[in-house]
Design a protein around this ligand. Structure first.
Ligand SMILES: Cc1ncc(COP(=O)(O)O)c(C=O)c1O
Length: 350
């Protein structure tokens, strides 16, 4: 931890003073994937050591990266005396489900504006949406992702007109306040890595609405972890769009932590070569990565996000972009419930 730079020290004090719900189970483990490494080494003649940060184990709502963000965002909502939280995503949205679970835990009314998945199964509902209902969330459906934000605002306006105090949480809780969860997570992982005596050259994770990457990139600067290359892998949008959003959130983090303007470098790396045919549509490389991790390590990736990010990491290893004598960290951000469906009748009966 860089306690020598006074701006960083002040930012860390500010971070520690921001209210946060303490719902996740931390530190999430860091595990070495030695059988995956051995398998790739057999094929390639050598392979970096690969470590996995298990944020699929964070806890509430079946875990994943949203827990860290929502601990900040919901704490602020509660402090503001909010009656209703509204958020959005697809029917398999990990963010929506974790919001529903955490709202249940604090007794906050939750409304989810959900759009259909890219791939649907006749007669079946996404397990995630089924759980949203069990957690007590009210579900409003829209037919396309472009309709989500206006629908959230329309629902919020109606509730406000009834005198309710409403918090509209943007997609993925990817606002500077939510991203603080990942600034904090950097301190956690850095201390784990140091105690394992490791030097990590590359950190891979999936990056979509940008909050996770913004938090990690800002956190790496604030906690003086400068010699790691952070690569966000897109499951959907073009690199330019995600990079711009991540940069924007990083600048907001600087403001929240009262850092001098432009102190945080906003340049980031987002790889968009692993999207395949689009958001929520599994690519052959991602499916192979999922099968490989399951078979060699007993680790399940999700079909929408982490499998594409892992396909990216494996491609970087195969193409020699990561030297065989290096160490790489892959951040598992959860999402495995997207593999599962329930009979539509079961959802309807709840
Ligand atoms: C499982 C999973 N991994 C990664 C991401 C990407 O995180 P972010 O939206 O913060 O970029 C998401 C959410 O979009 C997710 O649900």
């Amino acid at each position: 931890m860089n306690m020598s730079n006074p701006d960083n020290r002040r930012a860390i004090d500010k971070l520690n003073a921001v209210p946060r719900l303490s719902f996740g189970h931390y530190p999430t483990p860091v595990e070495e994937l030695s059988r995956l490494r051995a398998e790739l080494a057999r094929e390639l003649g050598g392979c970096p050591r690969i470590f996995l940060k298990r944020d699929d184990y964070t806890g509430p709502g079946f875990g994943g990266n949203k827990v860290r963000k929502l601990e900040y965002v919901l704490a602020a909502a509660i402090d503001a005396g909010v009656d209703v939280a509204i958020t959005t995503g697809g029917v398999k949205s990990n963010h929506a489900r974790v919001t529903a679970a955490m709202c249940a835990k604090v007794g906050l009314r939750c409304i989810l504006v959900l759009n259909p998945a890219a791939v649907s199964c006749e007669g079946l509902d996404a397990a995630s949406q089924y759980l949203d209902g069990l957690y007590g969330a009210e579900i409003v459906t829209v037919s396309h992702r472009d309709e989500r934000a206006p629908k959230m605002e329309a629902v919020a306006a109606r509730l406000r007109a009834d005198g309710l105090n409403v918090s509209v949480i943007p997609l993925g809780a990817s606002i500077p306040l939510g991203a603080l969860g990942f600034v904090r997570a950097v301190a956690e992982v850095k201390s784990q890595i140091e105690s394992m005596g490791l030097h990590i050259g590359h950190l891979f994770h999936c990056s979509s609405s940008g909050g996770t990457q913004a938090g990690i990139v800002a956190g790496a600067q604030i906690f003086d972890w400068s010699d790691v290359e952070i690569i966000g892998v897109s499951p959907d949008d073009a690199s330019e769009a995600i990079s711009a959003e991540v940069g924007h959130i990083i600048s907001g983090i600087g403001e929240l932590l009262e850092m001098p303007p432009a102190m945080l470098d906003q340049s980031v790396t987002v790889a968009d070569q692993y999207v395949g045919r689009g958001y929520g549509i599994p690519s052959p490389e991602a499916q192979r990565a999922t099968a490989l991790l399951a078979r060699t390590e007993g680790v399940i990736l999700d079909p929408v996000y982490t499998s594409k990010a892992m396909a990216g990491l494996i491609d970087w290893i195969r193409s020699g972009k990561i030297p065989a004598d290096a160490n790489v960290l892959f951040w598992h951000t959860g999402g495995q419930l997207a593999h599962f469906y329930v009979p539509a009748k079961l959802s309807a009966s709840e």
